[in-house]
Design a binder for this molecule. Structure first.
Ligand code: GUN
Length: 287
């Protein structure tokens, strides 16, 4: 008898995992005596950031959260932004504070982040919460990396004992991603712009997380048939269509599993933000 083995590529859709999380959030919110409140600060008029902030505020309303949307002009001084954050730190109604990144060049990002009260640090960027993450003592983790871990778990993709390669060392994605994968039992290699031969790493990895912020940077030749590829990038092509950090059409029918762009990692980032805000509210308000 002739056996035909079909190679099926699994699509990792963030929406499935996000919807599951939203059901849990809604159930928990119903049992609370308060509405969790998220404050989002946007400095300047970057169109992509405006879209992201809009989505976050809309999701708050859908989940029965309160929200504060604080829009500040591009030329806002560092001192004025610090003052705004300080007032949100002192506002007992506010549970989470998110300063949308990137900030305009004249503002020192680390100074702004450190001003956020760690109890309200929904992005897990302050040194206090980042330190807890390093020690594996965290109660919440950065939104995109923890969303990716949930997506992998929801699709029964094992991390323990696997070789994982993370591309990109940003404080918001690559660096915490490497920590979370390592805590999940993977052997992690962190590649970045100074890495000599990226392909030599991605080609032999079981799981590859691509967060380089460069449109269609990697393709089929960088992976193998059994690769699990998570594409964190989202970019707009000149024709208006969206693409990721990976040439998706090349890997779509080749690798074992991949997260599409759009509809892959994106929905999970917002879901984890809402989850983190709920957790911070409970930690702060329920004694
Ligand atoms: N800019 C892009 N993604 C994020 C995020 O998750 N948090 C913040 N604060 N800014 C971002």
């Amino acid at each position: 008898m002739c056996k035909v083995l079909l190679h099926m590529t699994l699509q990792l859709l963030g929406k499935t995992s996000a919807d599951k999380l939203y059901l849990q959030i809604q159930k928990e919110v119903k049992e609370l005596s308060y509405s969790p409140c998220l404050a989002v600060i946007l400095v300047g008029e970057d169109p992509a950031s405006q879209v992201y902030v809009g989505k976050k505020i809309k999701k708050c309303a859908e989940l029965g959260f309160q929200s504060r949307k604080i829009l500040l002009p591009e030329d806002t001084s560092e001192a004025a932004l610090l003052k705004q954050i300080q007032s949100l730190n002192e506002d007992s109604e506010v549970d989470g504070i998110l300063v949308q990144l990137p900030l305009p060049k004249h503002i020192h990002e680390a100074t702004i982040i450190e001003c956020i009260d760690a109890k309200k640090d929904v992005d897990v960027l302050t040194s206090r919460l980042a330190g807890k993450l390093m020690h594996n003592e965290h109660q919440i983790a950065p939104c995109t990396p923890s969303g990716i871990i949930r997506m992998l778990e929801d699709h029964d993709i094992q991390m323990e004992g696997k070789d994982a390669v993370v591309l990109g060392r940003s404080k918001i994605v690559g660096l915490p991603m490497s920590l979370l994968l390592q805590q999940a039992g993977a052997t992690v290699t962190l590649c970045h712009s100074k890495t000599k031969d990226i392909r030599s790493h991605t080609k032999r990895a079981d799981i590859v997380i691509v967060a380089v912020g460069k449109p269609e940077f990697l393709g089929k030749e960088d992976f193998h048939k059994n690769s699990v590829v998570i594409d964190v990038g989202i970019h707009r092509r000149e024709d208006g269509s969206l693409c990721g950090d990976v040439r998706q059409e090349e890997i779509r029918d080749y690798v074992a599993a991949y997260s599409p762009v759009p509809k892959g990692v994106g929905p999970m980032t917002i879901a984890m933000l809402m989850w983190n805000n709920l957790q911070l509210s409970k930690l702060r308000r329920i004694k």
